[in-house]
Design a protein around this ligand. Structure first.
Ligand code: KMH
Ligand code: ZN
Length: 291
């Protein structure tokens, strides 16, 4: 990492920031279907969710899948079927999670790329994750990144803490630009153990990003709204979904992912930065159209 690269914030209106990229993260790996019946866990539920979220303004879907018992899985055959079904049913950019669940092995997480997604998440460091640890040591990060380059998958760099930003610089210095040539990050804020979900922290993290990078922000749990407002004010993009938030308001559970996307799109409209189309999102992120 060079001092030069951490001092300058990305340009406020880099390509695509006039519109708002909305990513939906509908499922995650932590919640149980029994506790949250609206969580999409079957392929049919996931595709239906993807369609409704696309109609509401999403351009990217961040995907975790479940097995027949609704438990998180990284089965490559199932992931491949999921990528195919989402491509057939929508024009969303399909971003598979390589984070999986905290219990998934590094080997299984690396193998996610064999399912041939457009994009994948790539977390830039280990973080305490509630009572668990989400492990991302440097050799794993490096190997996963090299694999995205070799397999032409566009990574989204997941940053749960400021130290992860430093690791992102190290990764880019070491292995060069991602496939597609553009760096896009997601600030995952408010995880118990990661950086807090507030405006001051968001501004600090954004100032440290590589020059020219675009970024989204995700506020977990009750930080959803403050992070969304701060991200819109600071020229960033949004990730919402039941992976991160299952309360729409105090004592009002989310009824489905689409209403979270609708709210994000409404706020983006108010900010005069309306939701970005999947086509424009592909152009911004460097994701080729594979239809
Ligand atoms: N489920 C978390 C342990 C990602 O998708 O890349 C990790 C996670 C990050 O959700
Ligand atoms: Zn995830």
């Amino acid at each position: 990492m060079t001092n030069d690269s951490i001092r300058r914030p990305p340009p406020a209106r880099a390509a695509g920031t006039a519109a708002t990229l909305i990513t939906v993260a509908p499922t995650g790996a932590e919640l149980e279907k029994a506790a949250v019946p609206a969580l999409p866990v079957t392929l049919e539920e996931l595709v239906a969710t993807a369609k409704s979220c696309a109609a509401a303004g999403a351009a990217v879907i961040h995907v975790h899948i479940r097995d027949d018992d609704a438990r998180p899985t990284l089965d490559v055959g199932r992931l491949t079927d999921t990528v195919r079904a989402l491509r057939e049913g929508t024009d969303l950019i399909v971003q598979l999670s390589t984070g999986g669940a905290v219990t998934d092995s590094f080997a299984r997480r690396l193998a996610v790329l064999d399912a041939g997604p457009d994009a994948c998440s790539l977390t830039c460091g280990t973080v305490n994750f509630g009572a668990e640890v989400f492990a991302n040591p440097w050799p794993f990060i490096r190997e996963l990144y090299a694999r995205t380059q070799a397999l032409a998958v566009v990574p989204e760099f997941e940053l749960f803490d400021l130290g992860h930003v430093a690791t992102l610089h190290r990764l880019l210095d070491d292995l060069g630009a991602p496939h597609g040539g553009h760096v896009h990050c997601d600030l995952v804020m408010g995880v118990p153990g990661g950086m807090p979900g507030d405006a001051a922290t968001l501004v600090q993290a954004v100032a440290a990003l590589p020059e020219g990078a675009t970024w989204s922000a995700t506020g977990v749990g009750r930080t959803c709204l403050p992070v969304m407002f701060a991200a819109l004010a600071a020229g960033g993009h949004l990730r919402v979904g039941m992976e991160d938030t299952v309360s729409f308001a105090r004592a009002r559970p989310v009824t489905g992912n689409a209403e979270l996307v609708e709210r994000a799109a409404a706020l983006a409209d108010l900010a005069q930065r309306p939701a970005m189309t999947p086509r424009d999102a592909r152009a911004m992120l460097g994701v080729p159209d594979r239809h």
